[in-house]
Design a binder for this molecule. Structure first.
Ligand code: GLU
Length: 429
């Protein structure tokens, strides 16, 4: 499969339909100017190691057969096995998987985890599948990419459209074919089969921790802060509820249908999350309703886009009134929006730091699987907190030292670590 690199594109062609790969390549090129890493290493990092494409045949409930396309993109494994989620989504493309796999490389490096970056998925709308169809599709996909993955090679995890049950089917299919139970082949499993306590909540928890640190950095008390959250799935709901518990006023939360808005703060635990009841935010009895897009323009202390990519664009970045943006989703800010927000002095705390709690607890899960020893929820949350604070400090030091944006600072930390590892291992042959 051919993937475009920035060399093939106009650097300043800021398209609003920018793909994850375009954004990731722009960010890499920007970071490369700030870090002392050999050009040859930067060139290698612009390309994935491999992209595997498979056909996944599925017998539908009505007896007909349909073939879906699946991908696994592996970007880099210089620091350890490839790691990253699997999505079931109609918009999945090879190019998107490559872009997202690059972000996983940086996310693992900024957290100092011994993993590289990967991402994969199946081009399918999971809403169109029955539970049985989803199970058969997952098992067959696991079989089709079995040679590409493995507990020491590449470890998938949940992402958009997949969850703990998907990972349980995936682990079972892999284990059945390998002839032994291998829980460490995927993370994000149910705890009863080797999943970690706290994994489900972890990306939202890390977003809340980073939002709290960012508020403190900009001299705003968390219990006086106002917060707006776009997206009320696992990331958005967990982040909103934790910040609410820590005293912040979460004034708006949204799903695809619209937003519940209360200037005095919502009872976030009473708003149904996507997992509790899909797309039911509007059932909450809020004094005001907004559209999903209006949430992005509220005058709040912290805005958390936690739904999908490319929601902050050149069209609305000038209208963002939040003092701080904390990225809950992967890639919610286009390059053009990033530039506008930077010019307007609106700090954007990047996804590769803010939502990295997911892959961090995946790492804890992998350690628990290898050691066949479960950690308590308290231990998971304590270790997550200390990993997040240490990554925050590493990035903050770069912001202070280099007068760079939070995103550039996170890339400097990540690229520095990956570049050093590559330089040390060299190029073979
Ligand atoms: N899909 C999640 C992410 O984007 C988690 C990946 C993982 O745990 O490996 O960070």
């Amino acid at each position: 499969m051919a993937t475009n690199t920035l060399d093939d594109r106009e650097e300043d062609d800021y398209s609003e339909t920018e793909s994850a790969l375009e954004t990731a390549l722009r960010q890499l090129s920007a970071a490369a100017t700030q870090v002392d890493v050999d050009d040859g290493i930067i060139e290698r990092l612009k390309h994935p190691t491999r992209v595997v494409e498979v056909g996944v045949p599925l017998k539908r409930d009505d007896g007909s057969v349909e073939v879906f396309t699946g991908y696994r993109a592996q970007h880099d494994d210089v620091r350890g096995p490839y790691k990253g989620g699997l999505r079931f989504h109609p918009d999945v493309t090879a190019e998107e998987c490559v872009g997202l796999s690059m972000w996983m490389t940086w996310k693992c490096a900024v957290m100092d985890l011994p993993f590289g970056g990967a991402k994969g998925g199946v081009v399918v709308n999971p809403k169109d599948l029955s539970t049985g169809e989803k199970e058969r599709l997952t098992r067959r996909f696991a079989e089709e990419i079995r040679d590409t993955i493995g507990p020491k090679r590449d470890i998938p995890a949940p992402d958009m459209g997949t969850d703990a049950q998907t990972m349980a089917w995936f682990m079972d299919a892999y284990s059945m074919q390998e002839g032994e139970t291998i829980p460490g082949v995927v993370t994000g499993k149910p705890p009863v089969i080797g999943g970690s306590e706290g994994r489900e909540e972890a990306p939202g928890r890390s977003v809340a921790i980073i939002a709290r640190e960012a508020l403190q950095y900009y001299d705003i008390d968390v219990d006086e802060a106002t917060v707006a959250v776009q997206g009320f799935g696992s990331v958005g709901a967990n982040a909103a509820r934790l910040l609410d518990d820590w005293g912040a006023d979460v004034v708006a939360v949204s799903d695809v249908n619209g937003a519940a808005y209360d200037t005095t703060g919502l009872d976030t635990h009473a708003v149904p999350s996507h997992e509790e009841q899909p797309e039911a935010v509007m059932q909450y009895d809020a004094p005001n309703m907004l559209t999903n897009e209006e949430v992005l323009e509220l005058d709040v202390d912290v805005l958390i886009p936690a739904a999908i990519g490319n929601v902050l664009t050149a069209d609305n970045a000038d209208d963002v009134q939040a003092d701080i943006v904390v990225e809950g989703a992967n890639g919610p800010t286009t390059s053009a929006a990033d530039t506008i927000l930077e010019e307007r002095d609106v700090p954007v705390i990047p996804d590769i730091l803010a939502n990295a709690g997911g892959v961090t607890v995946s790492y804890f899960e992998w350690l628990q699987d290898i050691n066949r020893r479960q950690w308590s929820l308290e231990r998971v949350n304590d270790e997550l907190e200390s990993h997040m604070l240490s990554a925050w400090d590493d990035v903050r030091r770069e912001v202070e030292a280099g007068d760079v944006s939070w995103r550039d600072a996170a890339y400097v930390v990540a690229l520095g670590r990956v570049g050093e590892a590559k330089a040390s291992r060299g190029l073979w042959p």
